[in-house]
Design a protein around this ligand. Structure first.
Ligand code: C2E
Ligand code: CA
Ligand code: CA
Ligand code: CA
Length: 275
């Protein structure tokens, strides 16, 4: 029994080492990722549920590591947050997403709203609003066409968050609470926030057959509508989910049922064939 325990321990250690090794590889890799042009952005369409018309898109970061291959943002963003690299990376995404949106506007595409994910660390940094303002001036994008997606964890420091949200509103930038329903906030706190949109987390949509999840979804939609907020359902994959969401009067959605995230050219092609 003792022998076995020892082996288990060794195995665990090996696994732990692999995890740490990978983390170090990611951390070091991120340092040169921008300079080596390993990052790019894909665009995930957002549609109106009634007519499936595209009204905007979310910028999602992609990283092709030279040896690890594609690393998911779900893996490297938390590491970048931990190491502080998120500042530079987040600014890169914001700048390039705004640049691309402005190119589309200039080329005569209807003015779609570009959403960019912002990590809490980035949001709470003292310079954040200045950075956003600077990038808008630099890229000449009309602020009304930029939306920032922030998670509920900003509620941990609700006072400061409200100040930042107000400043963003003054700039003309829209804000959205991402992954709504999974974090710290209550509906009570939500009513205090000067935001424009809430995104119902995919986990609720995944379980939409479940009566309890239906109840949550309906409550969030109703609450959002009463506060004059847009409500977006994320991760819509099936016609069945779509028809329930429409029944619940959800206006907007996003998910593989409508489209996968697309590169610039794919997005242009989809848009031209759809609208
Ligand atoms: P998120 O903001 O909740 O983005 C939605 C994620 O779900 C994306 O994964 C998207 O590709 C995926 N998704 C959307 N619709 C469906 C669907 O119908 N089915 C399924 N199975 N998946 C769907 P992705 O691109 O891997 O991003 C993961 C997370 O990484 C994002 O979650 C976001 O939190 C973070 N992230 C991505 N890009 C950035 C960025 O530029 N900055 C920051 N701070 N975080 C980012
Ligand atoms: Ca998001
Ligand atoms: Ca989301
Ligand atoms: Ca999510």
């Amino acid at each position: 029994a003792k022998e076995k325990g020892k082996n288990n321990y060794r195995f665990f250690n090996k696994k732990l080492c692999k995890t740490i090794e990978r983390k170090i590889l990611i951390e070091n890799g991120l340092k040169g990722a921008i300079q080596n042009k390993e990052l790019h952005i894909v665009y995930h369409p957002k549609v109106t549920l009634q007519s499936r018309e595209i009204y905007g898109m979310e910028a999602l970061l992609r990283w092709e590591h030279p040896t690890l291959g594609n690393v998911s943002p779900a893996e490297f963003i938390p590491i970048a947050e931990e190491t502080g690299q998120i500042g530079v990376i987040g600014e890169w995404v914001l700048r390039n997403a705004c640049k691309q949106a402005e190119i589309w506007h200039e080329n005569g595409f209807p003015p779609l709203i570009i959403s960019v994910n912002v990590s809490v660390k980035q949001f709470q940094h003292g310079d954040f609003c200045q950075t956003v303002k600077g990038i808008l001036q630099e890229t000449k994008l009309n602020p009304h066409y930029l939306e920032l997606e922030i998670t509920e964890s900003i509620m941990q420091d609700i006072g400061q968050s409200i100040t930042v949200l107000k400043k963003l509103k003054e700039l003309g930038v829209k804000t959205s609470i991402d992954d709504f329903g999974t974090g710290y906030s209550s509906l009570y706190m939500l009513k205090e926030l000067p935001i424009d949109t809430i995104k119902i987390d995919k986990s609720f949509i995944d379980n939409i057959i479940d009566k309890k999840d239906q109840y949550m979804i309906k409550t969030i939609i109703e609450f959002g509508m009463n506060l004059n907020l847009h409500v977006v359902a994320e991760g819509v994959e099936t016609e069945e989910q779509l028809s329930l969401l429409k029944e619940f009067h959800c206006q907007f959605g996003q998910g593989y049922l409508f489209s996968q995230p697309l590169n610039e050219v794919e997005f242009e092609n989809l848009f031209c064939s759809n609208n």
